[in-house]
Ligand binder design. Structure first.
Ligand code: MTE
Ligand code: MO
Length: 378
């Protein structure tokens, strides 16, 4: 990069008032998002898939591992990993996104994992059907809720807890819900839930309980912290709020050209560019993706490719005419078949969940010398 294109904020600059707290930074370095250029891959390579771990990653000795299925069932089960992996297997390509994705764009910013907009990934999850296991356990007539408990424990909101989430018997009995032991053809790595996790296609990430150790069938709705306190969309103090469930639509683009190291502003040579990205929703198929180069003032339709699967994202492309020199703000927005559209502005809430407002990418066309951009910014 030359002097003429140096950004206002440079690496190493001292910032007197940190606009991110050490606690948020600590979470951010533990839990990484997916670099946007990884949108090139239909299936996200494992190390590039986003990660969210509330407490510590447990160390699991498979020799002593068992999954228990109990509570209001006729036939309680205890299964070793071998017993689980020798059951009929299914592989599903699933796009997973954290409910807090986009949180750090809210103002004031709810203190938690400070995601910008890239807490997503698409993987091939291999596992066995939860419904068939439930069939064997035989839920009793009073069964209404299933509690999924992880092997990880910690304190959140002052509450000592194992990570636990529940699903209604109906939601848990859907054929696509898996107990997964492999990702992209490999055993789960520790950070993604080794040896076993829940996969609930279409739902935000918190549902997909990792390091799963027990499933408890209950005769009433589960009231645990991650279920009843956390993961609600609340805009007023004291209100019950709406529970967070399925993913709202979102489209992301691969930022074109080359980035400035600190600001991530993109430098693009004047030319026509094919912009590409992916779009998904947990509430129905993506039916439309639109692109804007003026910050969302005007929109044009992008081309859509077939989705990678029923539960996976859909690639889109747009031929962007960037022959005029200047500064641009690129945006993209998705619409799903249920009619959900991404908003241009974030909608604020206490936990910073479900912020699916449009991605914005600052681009300068024509700022680099031709020889600098020829190799990598085409
Ligand atoms: N046991 C357990 N399961 C968990 C979590 C956790 O902290 N503990 N985090 C949840 C959240 S909030 C998300 S977004 C996803 C992230 O899954 P990944 O790290 O495999 O991408 O895992 C979910 N499952
Ligand atoms: Mo999450």
């Amino acid at each position: 990069m030359t002097e003429t294109i140096a950004p206002q904020r440079t690496a190493g600059a001292l910032i007197p008032t940190p606009d991110i707290t050490p606690e948020e930074l600590q979470l951010a370095v533990r839990n990484h998002s997916m670099p946007l250029e990884a949108l090139h891959h239909a299936i996200t390579p494992v190390g590039l898939h986003y990660l969210l771990i509330h407490f510590d990653i447990p160390t699991v000795d498979v020799a002593n591992y068992e999954l228990s299925v109990g509570g209001r069932v006729r036939n309680p089960l205890r299964l070793t990993l071998d017993e689980i992996t020798s059951r009929p297997a299914t592989t599903l390509t699933v796009t997973l996104e954290c409910a807090g994705n986009g949180r750090a764009r809210l103002s004031p910013r709810p203190m938690s994992q400070p995601w910008l907009g890239e807490a997503v990934g698409t993987a091939e999850w291999t596992g066995t059907s939860l419904a068939s296991l439930l069939d064997e356990a035989g839920p009793l007539p009073e069964a209404v809720d299933l509690v999924f408990t992880g092997l990880d424990r910690g304190v959140q909101g002052g509450v000592d807890q194992w990570y636990e989430r529940s699903l209604s018997l109906d939601d848990a009995s859907r054929p696509e819900v898996l107990l997964a032991y492999a990702i992209n053809g490999m055993p789960l790595p520790p950070q993604h839930g080794f040896p076993l996790r829940l996969i609930v296609p279409g739902w935000y990430g918190m549902t997909h309980v990792k390091w799963l150790r027990s499933i408890t069938v209950a005769d009433r709705a589960f009231g645990g912290y991650q279920q009843a306190t956390s993961y609600h969309y609340r805009t007023r103090e004291g209100e019950g709020g709406e529970p967070v469930t399925r993913m709202l639509p979102r489209a992301l683009m691969v930022p074109p050209g080359v980035p400035d190291f600190m600001t991530r502003t993109r430098f693009v040579k004047p030319s026509k560019h094919e912009i590409e990205g992916r779009a998904w929703s947990g509430r129905g198929a993506i039916v439309k993706v639109e692109f804007s180069d003026d910050g969302g003032a005007s929109w044009a339709r992008a081309r859509l490719e077939a989705p990678v699967s029923q539960y996976g994202w859909r690639r889109w492309t747009f031929d962007w005419d960037a022959t005029r020199l200047g500064e641009y703000e690129l945006c993209v927005r998705a619409t799903d078949e249920a009619g959900n559209v991404q908003p241009v502005d974030p909608s604020w809430n206490f936990e910073g969940v479900q912020n699916n407002s449009v991605q914005r990418v600052a681009v300068v066309v024509g700022a680099l010398h031709e020889e600098q951009v020829s190799a990598d910014a085409g």
